[in-house]
Write a new protein. Structure first.
Lengths: 323, 321
């Protein structure tokens, strides 16, 4: 099998940039929308909102715990707060604030955290959130979303404004190829079938959705038909879609820029264990932290390329035949 | 048994209906209370503006009776810190805050955050006396299915705005509320009660910076300086002094008072209310376990409830007054 170069789509968009843009639009539509950041507004792109809506933007400085508490208070005061910083700080440094006040209190706080996953790249393991999805997925009342591209980011953020409750959205540092049409609409609790197939199901979140599509194209060249799922709504997971995919294709591969423990792989395996055990191969970071490097080098290091997804799919198909 | 906890803010019917049906429950043992809250005073929304220190003193005594009763019956909970904060909370809720017990969600109310969430019994006893829920619910404290959780849970107790109990988090939430009110150009105020041990948490100082930075003149913090925390004297566990200087250095309007003197508490609340450009803190020097001699200054009564003998002695002291 020849090397597959990283995907080069004619059009790429950054999920964090799209977040910044859609916030600006929503700021005009929703006078109660407020935005908070902890000294990373340039990176999370909340700075776009800050420039236009000065009095509705609150920088709390480098203080993530205070960031979450202040956002909770604004929600109690009837505002719609969006709190942003890097995913590793939002979910790690302030996890207990999110648990005790936002999730326990069912407060209407939207946490949109950038720099999820290993594609943060050169900053290294300290800045690459590979456990954020697990930390948020654990929490009762929390919705956990990972957009696969720009249009899905816009759709999710637009949806989140109208939803009354805590939401975590993970955006990424690098731009992703665009999969969805510009007018894409997000449906809470629903996964998407991006490609239909019979032999195996490839399920991803974030950039891995695109890689699953590329892997499916490779498999098609070998006469293997793969269904591709975008499980961007990680919590609540589309339980029925996972179940249906297990029954129809008999085996699954999950891929995520996250630890295989606690994220998408865990969520899918929980469904399968409960209802319909079939072969499953989980691709992701295995009990390790990230490290410095170019995003492509890191993705190869952690086994997160279309080529790796293809190989995992072949293993799953083999396991189906010889359980 | 009472129905399982409901989310009062999302307008679940059970708790709110119950409160509306019983605007104020007058405890059988308290004729004084009946006299001091004649028909007129019970018209809500308030401020109730009880200004006579003797009236507040008597209310505080009744609240202390309820606290000891609740905790004795519950068999667990925090006696010392509830009793040390009682006078501060009575002054705040009965003399200064704008509230509407018939409509806990009244949009023009003042907000209160019990950052030292383990003093929940004091808050519950006061909310019941104000008519947020029937007084008999007090004695379901900490039981399965009760509206009164061990630490405040805003989802099921009318009048509790924020879930607290994990220390150090309430000041940030109060800041957020104050910012929301500022955006609305509203005259409402936000009050928050901090414990002294609690300010060992780093988040308190993050929030202290934020409140000063955003000039939250509509925020008043009360600090219950009872000098004891669960492991011992604050001086031994983690020194806090010079505490007032710390708050001043962080840009706060800072006052120090006797937290058991109603004239001092009321004067300090009024002075804080006049400050428009800075957040205010009232460091209230208090006695842990105040009101019951065997509980006073005792580390043991941070988180341990009285034995039957101690309970009878406490009740005798509180009711003898």
């Amino acid at each position: 099998m020849g090397a597959v170069s990283p995907p080069t789509s004619p059009h790429q968009e950054s999920t964090r940039v799209e977040y910044g843009k859609v916030l600006l639009e929503l700021g005009r539509e929703y006078p109660d929308l407020v935005v908070l950041d902890a000294d990373l507004s340039g990176s999370t792109h909340t700075s776009r909102f800050a420039k236009v809506f000065k009095n509705r933007f609150f920088n709390v400085g480098i203080a993530e715990q205070d960031l979450m508490g202040t956002a909770a208070g604004l929600a109690l005061g009837g505002k719609i707060p969006f709190a942003s910083t890097f995913a590793v700080f939002a979910t790690g440094r302030a996890w207990e604030q999110i648990r005790q006040t936002i999730a326990y209190g069912q407060l209407n706080v939207k946490i949109v955290a950038s720099h999820g996953g290993v594609t943060v790249g050169e900053d290294g393991g300290s800045h690459q959130a590979v456990e954020d999805l697990a930390l948020m997925r654990l929490l009762p009342n929390m919705t956990v979303l990972i957009p696969a591209d720009g249009p899905e980011t816009r759709a999710m953020v637009r949806w989140a404004v109208t939803y009354d409750g805590p939401v975590y959205i993970r955006t990424s540092r690098i731009p992703f190829p665009v999969i969805h049409p510009p007018e894409h609409r997000f449906r809470w609790g629903r996964g998407e079938i991006l490609r239909e197939g019979r032999d195996v199901t490839l399920a991803g979140v974030g950039l891995m959705v695109h890689y699953c599509l590329e892997a499916a194209a490779l498999l098609a060249q070998e006469g293997i038909s793969a269904r591709v799922l975008n499980l961007s709504c990680l919590k609540p997971l589309d339980w029925e879609l996972v179940q249906d995919s297990a029954r129809r294709t008999g085996g699954l591969v999950t891929a995520e820029e996250h630890l295989v423990a606690g994220g998408l792989g865990s969520a899918v395996s929980e469904v399968l264990t409960d209802c319909c055990p079939v072969p499953l191969k989980r691709l992701g970071v295995r009990d390790a932290f990230g490290l410095s490097g170019k995003p492509d080098d890191l993705l190869r290091h952690f086994g997160l390329t279309p080529r790796h997804i293809r190989a995992a799919a072949l293993e799953v198909i083999q396991a189906k035949r010889h359980p | 048994m009472f129905p399982l906890p409901q989310t009062w803010k999302k307008l679940q019917p059970l708790t709110l209906t119950a409160c509306r049906m019983v605007p104020v429950v007058i405890p059988s043992s308290s004729g004084d209370w009946k006299n001091m809250t004649k028909a007129g005073a019970l018209l809500f929304p308030r401020p109730m503006q009880l200004t006579d220190p003797a009236q507040l003193q008597e209310l505080a005594r009744q609240v202390r009776v309820d606290i000891v009763e609740m905790l004795y019956r519950a068999g667990s909970g925090h006696v010392g810190g509830s009793l040390s904060a009682t006078d501060l909370l009575v002054a705040l809720f009965f003399a200064r805050m704008r509230l509407n017990p018939a409509d806990a969600c009244w949009p023009e109310r003042d907000f209160f955050v019990l950052s030292k969430g383990h003093a929940a019994p004091a808050l519950y006893a006061i909310l019941a006396r104000l008519g947020f829920f029937p007084r008999e619910e007090l004695f379901t404290l900490r039981q399965f299915g009760s509206h009164l959780q061990g630490h405040p849970d805003s989802k099921c107790t009318p009048g509790v705005e924020v879930p607290t109990g994990s220390l150090g988090q309430g000041l940030s939430v109060a800041n957020g509320l104050a910012l929301a009110l500022q955006l609305n150009k509203s005259p409402q105020r936000v009050y928050v009660l901090l414990g002294d041990g609690e300010v060992q948490e780093g988040q308190i100082w993050e929030a202290a910076m934020t409140a000063a930075h955003y000039r939250l003149g509509n925020l008043t913090a009360l600090l219950d300086r009872n000098r004891l925390q669960i492991d011992g004297h604050t001086r031994e566990v983690m020194s806090l002094e010079p505490l007032a200087d710390k708050w001043r250095a962080f840009g706060w309007h800072t006052q120090e008072i006797d937290g058991h003197s109603f004239p001092e508490i009321l004067a300090a609340l009024d002075a804080a209310g006049k400050e428009t450009d800075k957040p205010s803190i009232i460091i209230a020097h208090t006695v842990k376990g105040k009101g019951v001699s065997i509980f006073e200054h005792q580390v043991r009564f941070h988180g341990v409830t009285p034995t039957t003998e101690e309970y009878h002695q406490a009740m005798q002291e509180l009711q003898a007054v």
